[in-house]
Design a protein around this ligand. Sequence first.
Ligand SMILES: [Cu+2]
Length: 214
Amino acid sequence: MAGIRKDIAKLGGPWSETMLWYARAVAELRRRGFRDRTSWLYLAAIHGFDRQGWTAQNLISTSTPEPGADEQRLMFNQCQHAGWFFLPWHRGYLAAFEAILADWIAGQGGPDDWALPYWNYLNAADATARDYPKEFMDRTIPGDNTSNPLADAFRGPANRLGPQPWIGVDISLGAQTGETVYTSAPGGLGYGGPISRATPSVRSRAIRTISFTS
Ligand SMILES: [Cu+2]
């Protein structure tokens, strides 16, 4: 059954049933071997495979069985950034991840309409909206005291979204539609990629359309 994504702040948590199942399912994916296309490692590698970094973090070692070289060339490092495919690619990627989790959860007797919750960190009505949800910070899952797979020890030190040492500006919805933020100067990289090779008149029409929908 198709689920509906809900606001994590409105699930009655922390550690609502939705989030408990999320953590259990992620733990299961982390248990699966790298060659399994539904494993945490394989899914992560579809986005981007960093052998050196993963080895340094003990996620893999020289004895980890890996997918074959041809398969790696075909499937790994597919993420689309700084281009017009950024949004559709990540949308599909997330939907596949969600479907794998939901499939396992339903098979375990969990809700058959489980869906990924979303984090409304731009909710201006909630002063704590930008704090990382507790479920991604707690070291253990309450109740059974097993280690929490949603909390990553290698995550940055901050516990809320906002200006960071490596991102000097705050995060806002306006950034999506700002001409010089969403797209960058020709040859540069930006959230939506460089300005494409349209004539100036076509380009200004497109920018107006984007602004109108904001
Ligand atoms: Cu990406």
